[in-house]
Design a protein around this ligand. Structure first.
Ligand code: AMP
Length: 280
């Protein structure tokens, strides 16, 4: 695996592959890699001749009181994991490479950024869309892979890629979970053992809501408020539990056939998100 830090080096390496007519897949990450990330890389390998991974903790997508400073940075372990699953090129830019001093441009997607994490984390999706647009322009991949774990983010990237005419196919990959059902996340490392056990409840309430809907319950707003109360009673600080249309990400109505149930809740200082899909 080649490791590079500059945009010029990425372009040179990938340019060589392109001239040979090879197909390039791209997996952007913030590092502290787990099985979820590695599954994206394995999927990427199936879709292209070469796989490029980036590790960049993007300051622009963190709010002022969020965990940018303490976000885990574990480059050595990450590199070894990426080698083991056959990544070809790892791009690890310093902040100044991605945001030179005079940078003054951002990408703002509307519609799917409204509600959910878009409301709870003002400016977050501008940071995400901006950095991914820049990375797409640097790597120019044929295909880019994103986890369904960050479902709203996946829809934001799809919308951006279509709207800005990026010639890239955006592929979503199902969420990889711990045995307990807890969605794997770099932030799970913040949880104590006790909190980690408790965090499994997040997936259980998602499944419980899906089950109720499958059984015919159509009062979605009632399911949402009951689950929010339940999470609060169990010591979570729920931000949202929401049953939405899977494509528009608007609150679901009784005629919607493709649903996404999404949740965000804090456990102690750790913010957890998860979601599942449901077709009626
Ligand atoms: P992050 O490093 O958290 O920015 O995540 C990088 C990519 O990995 C994003 O596309 C995430 O959606 C994806 N990802 C994170 N956790 C998981 C998971 N448990 N299963 C599948 N994909 C994931």
């Amino acid at each position: 695996m080649i490791v590079v830090n500059s945009i010029a080096d990425v372009r040179q390496r990938i340019g060589d592959w392109r001239r040979d007519g090879l197909r390039v897949a791209f997996v952007p990450t913030m590092g502290n890699l787990h099985e979820g990330h590695l599954t994206l890389v394995q999927e990427a390998r199936k879709q292209a001749d070469h796989v490029v991974v980036s590790i960049f903790v993007n300051p622009m997508q963190f709010g002022p009181n969020e965990d940018f400073e303490r976000y885990p940075r574990t480059l050595e372990a990450d590199s070894a994991k990426l080698e083991s699953v056959g990544a070809d090129l790892l791009f690890v830019p310093p902040v100044e490479e991605m945001y030179p001093a005079k940078s003054n441009t951002c990408v703002e997607v509307s519609g799917v950024t409204k509600g959910l994490c878009g409301d709870m984390r003002p400016g977050h999706f501008i940071g995400v869309a901006t950095v991914v647009a820049k990375l797409f322009n640097i790597v120019m991949p044929d295909v880019a892979l994103f986890g369904e774990k960050d479902y709203q983010q996946l829809l934001v990237i799809r919308r951006m890629a279509t709207d800005l005419c990026f010639p890239v196919e955006v592929v979503g990959v199902p969420t990889v979970r711990e045995e307990s059902g807890l969605a794997m996340s770099s932030r799970n490392g913040y949880l104590s053992d006790e909190e980690k056990q408790k965090a499994a409840l997040i997936y259980q309430v998602l499944q419980g809501a899906a089950h109720q809907i499958e059984e015919g319950q159509r009062n979605y707003r009632q399911i949402e408020s009951v689950v929010i109360e339940l999470l609060a009673a169990q010591g979570f600080k729920p931000e949202y539990f929401a049953i939405h249309n899977a494509e528009t990400l608007e609150p679901a109505g009784v005629n919607d056939k493709s649903l996404r149930i999404l949740v965000a809740a804090k456990l102690g200082q750790t913010r957890l998100i998860d979601n599942i899909g449901l077709n009626l």
